[in-house]
Design a binder for this molecule. Sequence first.
Ligand code: THU
Length: 135
Amino acid sequence: MEINVEELVLAAIEIREQAYVPYSKFKVGAAALFEDGNIYKGCNIENASFGATNCAERTAIFNAVSKGNRTLKAIAVIGDTENYTAPCGICRQVMAEFAENENIKVIIVKNSKDYIIKTLDEMLPGSFTKKDLEI
Ligand code: THU
């Protein structure tokens, strides 16, 4: 499947505006390409009980999975627009659950022109996944 990085970058920037962030004021947007060829978008959604907050990456991935998808092909994330924002550890683990393989692209976006591309394995080396549960 062709991965249009620019399209993912723009989708992440667009959905960032929907972030519900009354506490941190830190908006995050994510756009995930799945096996059905669609881009699923998500923003962070905070909660007065802070631990109930959902990150943008997980909102995007759970949106896709709830539509029947199971295979993540690439994901773009934007937080701060002045600096590169690294996905949190829990989101890296959720990416690993659905990633097609450890080499999928994680696109860390600062703005529409500035982004860096890493593999999931670079972000979460030696990850624990479903293959570790095989007996
Ligand atoms: N956040 C994300 O949405 N994704 C990450 O990978 C890092 C953190 C959100 C959670 C919270 O709403 C805000 O950023 C500050 O932690």
